[in-house]
Design a binder for this molecule. Structure first.
Ligand code: TYD
Length: 198
């Protein structure tokens, strides 16, 4: 973990409250969710709510059912990339943190499949903290994003959908190396991703 990245001022997004935001018709995400079992209530045109440091919350489809709710993710639909890999973090001991790196090309969607945890993201200039505690919210991370995960609740599961298979060559594990590469990518117009690609 880079010693400076968690100590700079951050914007906090209470993800559990994002459903309260209304669109231009005054309809909230919470109101879009049907209470009728099995009825898909997601408004597919609804924009994501909550962003920071180039990352944003994606409100995933939710099929409610008294037998248990269901959320699904399809590549190029709910997420703006083909899904090439899935991995998950679990059995994280209390007080431990994960991450502490960035990627050159990898795009990811992070979901609290169980429990809760914080994801602190940084684009080299701004930093934001997202508290993930619902299985139907995904945090989208574009390339060239430094991330650290911590504050895992007991029994939590961090599910990650990724745009590429694992490659150590895609990692920045040194924060200063990430900063200079991010700067070079911005000069070259590679980062941040254009809004249409997000
Ligand atoms: P890593 O992504 O470095 O996680 P963290 O930054 O939290 O330590 O992954 C930890 C180890 O797991 C690393 O040595 C590589 C291995 N790994 C894979 O083999 N495949 C994968 O898809 C991932 C994500 C990690």
């Amino acid at each position: 973990m880079h010693p400076g990245s968690l100590t700079i001022p951050i914007r906090v997004f209470p993800v559990s409250d994002v459903g309260a935001a209304a669109d231009d018709r005054g309809v909230t995400n919470a109101a879009r969710r049907s209470l009728i079992p099995g009825r898909r209530a997601t408004d597919w045109t609804a924009g994501p709510v909550g962003d920071g440091a180039g990352c944003r919350i994606i409100d995933l489809p939710r099929v409610t059912d008294p037998r248990g709710n269901l959320t699904f993710v399809e590549g190029k639909a709910e997420v703006p990339f083909d899904i090439k890999r899935v991995y998950y973090l679990y059995d994280v001991p209390g007080g431990e943190s994960r991450g502490g790196h960035a990627h050159r090309g990898l795009q990811q969607l992070i979901v609290a499949a169980a429990g809760s945890f914080d994801v602190v993201v940084g684009d080299g200039t701004t930093t934001a903290r997202f508290h993930l505690n619902r299985s139907y919210y995904g945090l989208y991370l574009p390339p060239f994003t430094w991330r650290e995960l911590g504050n895992f609740s007991s029994g939590s599961v961090c599910l990650v959908l990724a745009s590429q298979v694992y490659s150590e060559d895609d990692y920045f594990r040194d924060y200063d190396e990430f900063l200079s590469a991010r700067h070079e990518a911005e000069v070259a117009g590679i980062a941040p991703l254009p809004a249409t690609a997000r």
